[in-house]
Write a protein that binds this ligand. Sequence first.
Ligand code: CDP
Ligand code: CDP
Length: 205
Amino acid sequence: MIIAIDGPAASGKGTLSKQLAAHYRLPHLDTGLLYRGVALAMTIARQPLEDAALAEAAARNLKLDDLSDPRLRSAEMGGAASIVAAIPAVRAALLDFQRAFANQPAGAVLDGRDIGTVVAPHADAKLFVTATAEERARRRVRELRGRGAHADEAQILADIQARDARDGARSVAPLKAAPDARLLDTTNLDIDAAFRAAVALIDGA
Ligand code: CDP
Ligand code: CDP
């Protein structure tokens, strides 16, 4: 079984994908980490994120070991990832690995922006997870404050809206639901309720 989970930043797709992977006993790939990995490699090398040739090289040289770096999880790297993710050659360079992960015999859960549309259009179940930008900003604020970090809610909301716009407007693989994806709006759902709703959609499909 291949499960494709897409949606905007802080919609809860990562949390949900981990729960679904455990529930259905499937391997899980957070594809955002690949784009964050490219952005981090370029940042460390002090390369401009908009340079298509350098970004493609960073994508081709990306190693799985690079994906455990805690710096990948920062808000800055989320924004930087969305810049390199708009470069078609970067997306092409990361595609084979994602497709191979999706098509492994055991099945898989993948989450990102283009899983149901590009990476695994033949997935058995596709969910498009959403929540209002305000609710997603509140979640990020809670997450940061929970870790004792400073969080400016207005700034975080502006960052989320800028990332939504960049991911939605790019010419290759823009963030949009596949025509056959089921919509899961988690604005008023906590983590457990979202998980139950997702399982109902997947098992009912
Ligand atoms: O967790 P969050 O939604 O904040 O970010 P992420 O999933 O780690 O993705 C970071 C950025 O990578 C996104 O804003 C997208 O621009 C890009 N991305 C993408 O283009 N395609 C994917 N399949 C996954 C991420
Ligand atoms: O992967 P994505 O960026 O879409 O979101 P996430 O990292 O799974 O969730 C972002 C934050 O929202 C985390 O702190 C989750 O615990 C929280 N969350 C929530 O409060 N309610 C949900 N229904 C889903 C996630």
